[in-house]
Design a protein around this ligand. Sequence first.
Ligand code: CTP
Length: 403
Amino acid sequence: MKGKNILLAVTGSIAAYKTPQLVRLLVKAGADVKVLLTDSARDFVSPLALSTVSKHEVHSSVHDGSQWNNHVALGRWADALLIAPCSANTLAKLAQGLCDNLVCAAYLSAACPVFIAPAMDEDMWLHASTQANISLLKSRGNRLIPVAHGELASGLIGEGRMSEPDVLLDFLEKFFSKEDNKPLKGKKALVTAGPTYERLDPVRFIGNFSSGKMGISLAEALAAQGAEVSLLLGPTHLQTTETGIQTLRVESAQEMYEAALKLFPDCSIAVMAAAVADYKPAQAATEKIKKQDTPLALQLMRTPDILKALGQQKKASQLLIGFALETNDEEQYAFEKLRNKGADLMVLNSLRDAGAGFGHDTNKVSLLRPDGSVESLPLLPKATVAQAIVQAILQQKNESRVS
Ligand code: CTP
């Protein structure tokens, strides 16, 4: 927990009396802890006790008289938001996105992982509404710390007690040690994905059938290994909401090229999965092109080759991965692209394989390396293919000892 910033939000439950002990354990483990209280939490624990053990002022409302308590800054400061104890009422508010107090505002602003330790009587805990709220919050990536069994505020014995402070600390410690040990922790990665659209006139474009699915899966697989990913995404209705991915939408090959060149110098890994148009209209008409009785000839000019440009400026500390989509003489063309574009790994898609390529949820690829080796994978869901590609990148990274 050393150096971690923990924002502890305490809500109205009898278990709140345990939070000074929780803060003490977190601080002892090396964390910096700031505490927020709801109004009803103040009935169960004193702000003075919490400010004494955390060595920070404790806040309850969005403003204290003339001073605004910046929940956005708090949400960004935190490495983790721990809501403990979390009452049934707060749980419902979080699930609905209500924002009538500082704890809810901090939750909605938090860019960090959120941990929720519920505390309530067994009947409330088992109620269908509470369980539906729990499922919804979990599906949004919040981490639920299991409730304990034992004596409850009502005097009954059952499920619903907040886990003890040492269990909460253990939960956070395990999470951070797993996060900190991810192989791409602290590394930046760039992924291009989707098609590009090259404008012909205000209503038409030249494009292709790429959906962006493979590239988005790759961005997600890299983020799952701890990388901070910039996803340059061409026009598609698909999106990702995974944490660790910043999506930048672009339209044309030129826009993708300019953004990629800007981002590449800070990246350890770049994966070019986009289906970039090789040509664009020499001139995009400013008005709609009207149909004529004679055939229409379009003059096209080359777009920049993004992969090749990055290959030319690649440093020894960077890994560059390209895709090759072929219909014939697949391996020969893919090896030529690997060499000509200066890539470290080429992912070959053949349009001759059923279930592979544009629009499918599955893909069948081969991984080609500069030493001439070819590793062929079976037909797999795109997410699994992405994980296999990221494993190959990690292997290459270890072998070449790139940073
Ligand atoms: N690529 C790129 N910029 C371009 C064209 C392609 O960055 N203007 C990248 C793709 O993202 C992919 C790789 O280059 O990683 C190969 O793309 P592909 O379309 O298979 O090859 P091309 O170089 O366009 O060659 P061809 O169309 O003649 O097969």
